[in-house]
Design a protein around this ligand. Structure first.
Ligand SMILES: [Cu+2]
Length: 105
């Protein structure tokens, strides 16, 4: 008889195998009205975890209109990068919050 714990391990391996090997998860934090790091380099297929540590909402809004991520207070939102290029982005509520995301193909 197969021990019960074997099945969750197989399930985890199967999930892991569906993610492309090189894809990374990069964290960008918004705290005290500052985006850090202010410059991030990533690749298409990478996941950005937008972490809002403030008690008010922020957005990460691409200056070129490509994307607009809304972060409720004290929440983390994930998005997957789909397009290569350098994008300057800002927070719609706090236009002084600015940063740059460079996405390689
Ligand atoms: Cu903001």
């Amino acid at each position: 008889m197969t021990p019960r714990w074997i099945f969750p391990i197989f399930a985890a391996l199967a999930l892991g195998a569906s993610v492309p090997a090189q894809a990374a998860t990069i964290q960008i934090t918004m705290e005290n009205l500052v985006i850090s790091p202010a410059e991030v380099s990533a690749k298409v297929g990478d996941t950005i975890e937008w972490i809002n540590k403030d008690i008010f909402a922020h957005t990460a809004t691409a200056g070129n209109g490509d994307w607009d991520v809304a972060m409720p207070p004290k929440k983390t939102v994930s998005s997957v990068l789909k397009k290569a290029g350098t994008v300057d982005y800002y927070c719609r509520f706090h236009p002084n919050m600015k940063a740059t995301l460079t996405v390689a193909p």
